[in-house]
Design a binder for this molecule. Sequence first.
Ligand code: SER
Length: 321
Amino acid sequence: MQSLKKRILIIGACGQIGTELTERLRQQYAPHKVIASDIREGDEALMNSGPFEVLDAMNYDALQDIVINYEITEVYLMAAMLSATAEKFPMKAWNLNMNSLFNVLNLAKEGKIEKVFWPSSIAVFGKTTPKQDTPQRTIMEPSTVYGISKQTGERWCEYYFNKYGVDVRSIRYPGLISYKTLPGGGTTDYAVDIYHKALKHQKYICFLEKDTELPMMYMDDAIAATIGIMEAKKEDIKIRSAYNLAAMSFDPETIASSIRNHIPKFSISYEPDFRQEIANSWPQSIDDTEAREDWGWEHKVSLEEMTEKMIQALRKQYKNT
Ligand code: SER
């Protein structure tokens, strides 16, 4: 019965994660059961593959109208301002990241939706956090606006679960790498841009130092984790703040050398900017034992496999343009 009446709303469907999440959920369920929404329209493929609504995630009434009109049962809230942009617009980032979350949590509290996915991030950690194999529970003193909003969001998710029984589920995404949609305004964005520049110019100027190691993940794994945690049995979700999640860790020098296996002429140089300080405050690797044990998370794609997939896909994209 559950799946018969399941209707999903994706907020921020035109972003880096939202685009692929929408596509995957529409393959998995009937396309008309997956409503995409964003502050503006997205690319043709997304717009033509199922229902779409223009929605400002901070507008509670507009959100509620969509939820009621489409009889939405689950919301994936993917709209957010990422770490680098948030440093430039702190209040705008805070308002967007927090108000959109409260809007969705309050709809769930009022019984208008059954389940919520909200992404957290490795940005919840800070300089005082152990950097290697960062545990699920540890010191968390985030120093970025984005990290503060994500950590606060985690606290509120847990609060809404404990106080109001809201079925909210969350993971701490590492840096995400994909070829379909560009990321916007993050500190880990270099790991996407590097592939584009490798194919276009065989060289890349990196805004992080060569030995800045960060946790990363290929988008297919991130989407599998997202749908995986949402489909897990309610009683298996034991952490209601957000789960640590890991796949691989690398620094710019290492990703560059994996690209060189395919494009031998590729060269990289380094011009660190303000994002270096953000990266320095984040963990280098993550212990995600609890996600693996509680709801069966498993990553599949390694750095070498990811590089192969990225280069193959982007080569095709650039040939066709
Ligand atoms: N990828 C994000 C960023 O760089 C972290 O969650 O902001």
